[in-house]
Design a protein. Structure first.
Lengths: 606, 250
């Protein structure tokens, strides 16, 4: 047998990493950006210095207080109201997304009909319904919430409903997709057992699948609520008075207002961190099984002292009250009215809004050539012309931005994880004594804590907001978009990878340590190769989201689909706006399809 | 009560059961013994119609199982409790909820959901009584995943008892536990079956247990019934497990 020293270079794992590096260079080259674009000019250096200096000196009052009328509300009130509006829109939108997610998630799941023999729901009908709902939810989530917002605002004006619906639709569809996947992934043994006890297919699903999936479903819903707050914040960029609105306004004022930007950023991060910690706590409590502490044997005593989940009741009551409170119309108006004299709830009657809506559907969305000629055969040449003249370039640019960002994020995260992992950096990684001094252990622990904090901060920052802030400092190019997307996804992949390493018992990871290897050896030569497929799953799961996010980042005036959307909106060409939104959705759907196919292949090989 | 005549089961070209003839009377306590792949699980699965025979006659209480309507099949399954090797417990549920599921076939899904979320006092009393029988009444409100392997087995038995069955089919329920726990489980099942006149068919690998506790032992090898004895000796049973060279490679 002939031994080769070069053959191993191109194994599956190394092959993927090499391929991703080549793809990264290829994408960066094709986005037409250069490393030189990172170079700051004199204004940029000054702005960057001032911006980062302001991080340590956030504003606690209006920077131009002397110029303002005395009737203006106190500064803290402005900040609190902006934060409250952000939370309100997120909560309202999310409270609608939940029923959408549950309802559509049920129909999008195979788990309830796969084994049915009922004559009322023949398999073929259920399968057809399943396919139809899958298409609906893919379409719903392929359009970014900001773009849904633009569509609703164009159709019925800037009303709270536009924003709530814009959050509810894509979030509802995303929840539906994930809920259905969680239901479908449950083991079938409990369901089979219930069927063998005479249970109907629905009963076996209800009692054998739902209870197993419940905690994962709730955990994911809580995570999405955190995302909804980020989304509500960036609605400020389309004129909704959330935190993003004030950040954009402060950035437009220039260097003297950087302190205010940081105040608003800290508030946003604070809200997201509080929600993240609360949902972490709730998830932990939910996942902890209950056990009686008293050795009673009589039914009365057992019932009296049975383990109770007070926090769960409190959490449910709090969520219900919050939902009722935010949906109270009276609480929604004053928070938006104080901004200026024109309330977001303009005085348009329902009749006028309905007329606007029908005009939007009947006329404004109709391609201009069709509108002028009344001939629908003109629609295809119109679309073809738009696609060839602008669509292809914008789509490719969007793809390049998303792919380069994801490769950067993924590669950086997998390299950083060994120094961020709790278990690997403990004095006894995987229970193996390493003989570190107290100081060494302390330094390791502190570095790991700091890196995990960086992960949390990176993923807490909305990518759109990050890109906006980077564009304040850097010259306009695709770099800030790539870096913003990469930072956000670095945080997410870092967290997922960290959880993978920390929350499982890996005996194989001990071996390199027991043979005298370092923690890095244990990670790079045992954990990473063994769980490479899981890391690949994270890559494709986030790449799909990156493509979706990249479609809107161009709205910050950088060439991509988002820029075409923004320009169409500025020119009041709603037909073109709709075309580019659909084109963006098509790219996201293709991304979804590629990611789904690759992920299911990876799962098969696991 | 259970009558199998010349039962054959084929999975593609593989013959899992071949010419099985059996008569089982009410209240019998029977062990099915044989090496892995001998057809024990397949045979058990025929008795609650998980599998239908390729040929032969299978009747339970005079009813021809392969021709049962969905309603009659459901009624049959309500009366035959099945304990699989993995026990089939929903780990995230409370013990009383898992036991309640024993009667899932008796109620409409929504009625069951109501019982599930807010069990009536009478249901709780019955479940408590059943848990008393299996020796773990204090676990009533515990989450099932917190229980040890032995305790989970007892919950599975309690679920079967709550179902109020005429037959219990147990597919290697003691294969994953230590000898002491296995013995205690078989003792428990025997006591319950004798007291309530329940027919029990249990597949096991343990020859000692089969000889000590089971008045009737059925031996299978390569899908064929090779032993049906009311007084088996250990040597006879051990010969069932002797492997030829092909088995070892396989």
């Amino acid at each position: 047998m002939e031994l080769s020293t070069t053959k191993t270079l191109f194994g599956k794992r190394r092959g993927f990493i090499l391929f991703s590096l080549v793809l990264l260079c290829f994408c960066i080259n094709l986005t037409d950006i250069k490393w030189a674009d990172f170079k700051l000019n004199h204004y940029g250096v000054n702005a960057a210095t001032e911006f980062f200096k302001a991080a340590f000196n956030p504003a606690f009052d209006y920077p131009n207080k002397e110029e303002l009328p005395s009737t203006i509300p106190p500064y803290y009130e402005k900040i609190i109201k902006a934060a409250w509006v952000t939370v309100k829109y997120a909560t309202c939108g999310f409270s609608l997304a939940i029923p959408i997610g549950i309802f559509m998630g049920f129909f999008a799941s195979r788990s309830w009909w796969q084994f049915t023999r009922s004559k009322w729901i023949p398999r073929a009908t259920a399968q057809l319904l399943h396919r139809f709902v899958r298409i609906l939810i893919t379409a719903g989530r392929s359009i970014h919430e900001l773009l849904w917002g633009l569509l609703f605002i164009s159709a019925i004006g800037t009303t709270p409903f536009s924003i709530i619906a814009a959050i509810a639709i894509p979030y509802g569809c995303t929840l539906a997709k994930v809920f259905s996947e969680i239901l479908d992934e449950q083991e079938s043994n409990c369901r089979d057992q219930i069927r063998l006890q005479g249970g109907s297919p629905f009963s076996s699903w209800l009692f054998g699948v739902v209870p197993l999936a419940f905690n994962d479903i709730l955990s994911y819903a809580l995570y999405r609520y955190e995302c909804a707050i980020r989304s509500a914040a960036i609605f400020g960029f389309v004129g909704i008075p959330t935190l993003g609105y004030h950040i954009e306004a402060a950035a437009a004022e220039g260097i003297g207002y950087y302190g205010e930007i940081w105040t608003l950023l800290y508030v946003l991060l604070g809200i997201i961190l509080v929600v993240e910690r609360l949902s972490c706590f709730a998830r932990k409590k939910l996942n902890s099984p209950q056990q009686s502490k008293h050795p009673h044997r009589s039914l009365e005593q057992l019932t009296k002292y049975r383990p109770k989940r007070f926090y769960l009741k409190f959490f449910t009551a709090f969520s219900v009250l919050l939902f009722i409170f935010v949906w109270n119309h009276q609480t929604l108006i004053p928070a938006t009215q104080w901004l200026d004299d024109e309330s977001m709830m303009s005085n348009l009657s329902f009749q006028q809004r309905w007329e606007n809506f029908t005009r939007f559907l009947d006329k404004e969305l109709t391609p201009s050539t069709v509108r002028n000629s009344g001939d629908w055969s003109q629609a295809f040449p119109w679309a073809k012309e738009l696609f060839l003249s602008k669509g292809i370039a914008a789509s490719l640019q969007t793809f390049y931005i998303a792919t380069s960002a994801m490769i950067l994020a993924w590669l950086s995260a997998i390299c950083v994880i060994p120094w961020a992992s709790k278990v690997l950096n403990s004095p006894q990684p995987f229970g193996v004594h390493k003989g570190n001094s107290r100081l060494q252990a302390f330094i390791r622990g502190a570095v790991a804590l700091f890196l995990r904090f960086i992960f949390i901060i990176s993923r807490s920052m909305p990518e759109y907001l990050l890109a906006f802030l980077l564009l304040v400092i850097f010259p306009p190019s695709a770099w800030p978009l790539i870096v913003a997307l990469a930072i956000h996804n670095f945080g997410i992949v870092g967290r997922l990878g960290g959880e993978l390493v920390d929350n499982r018992d890996f005996n194989h990871a001990k071996i390199p340590l027991l043979q005298g290897g370092s923690r890095a050896h244990s990670y790079f030569f045992s954990l990473l190769p063994t769980h490479f497929n899981r890391f690949l799953l994270y890559f494709f799961y986030r790449w799909e989201t990156c493509v979706r996010d990249a479609t809107i980042l161009g709205m910050l005036s950088i060439a991509s689909i988002g820029l075409e959307i923004k320009e169409a909106q500025a020119r009041d060409r709603l037909d073109e706006l709709f075309f580019f939104i659909l084109l963006g959705a098509a790219i996201v759907m293709i991304g979804d399809l590629i990611s789904d196919t690759v992920r299911s292949r990876i799962k098969e090989t696991q | 009560m259970i009558h199998l005549s010349d039962i054959t089961k084929e999975f593609g070209s593989n013959k899992a059961l071949s010419g099985i003839n059996l008569e089982i009377e009410a209240g019998e306590f029977i062990s099915l013994i044989g090496p892995s792949g001998s057809g024990k699980t397949t045979l058990l699965r025929h008795l609650n119609a998980q599998h239908l025979p390729t040929s032969g006659t299978l009747t339970i209480h005079g009813e021809h199982v392969p021709t049962l309507s969905p309603k009659a099949l459901k009624a049959l399954r309500c009366k035959i409790a099945y304990i699989p090797q993995d026990l089939g417990l929903v780990s995230s549920l409370k013990v009383y909820q898992n036991i309640l599921l024993g009667k899932v076939g008796h109620f409409h899904s929504l009625t069951m959901l109501k019982k599930f979320l807010a069990p009536s006092k009478s249901d709780l009393e019955t479940i408590h009584q059943v848990l008393n029988t299996v020796g773990i009444p204090e676990k009533l409100y515990d989450t099932t995943s917190t229980l040890s392997g032995g305790q989970q087995q007892r919950v599975a038995v309690a679920r079967a008892l709550f179902q109020n069955p005429h037959t219990i089919l147990a597919d290697e329920p003691v294969s994953a536990v230590d000898p002491a726990r296995a013995k205690s489980m078989v003792e428990l099942l025997k006591e319950i079956a004798t007291k309530n006149n329940i027919t029990v068919l249990m597949s096991i690998h343990n020859i000692g247990l089969a000889v000590e506790y089971f008045p009737r032992v059925i031996g299978l090898r390569k899908g064929k019934l090779v032993l049906d004895s009311t007084s088996p000796n250990e040597q006879e049973l051990a010969s069932l497990f002797e492997l030829d060279s092909q088995d070892l490679i396989g």
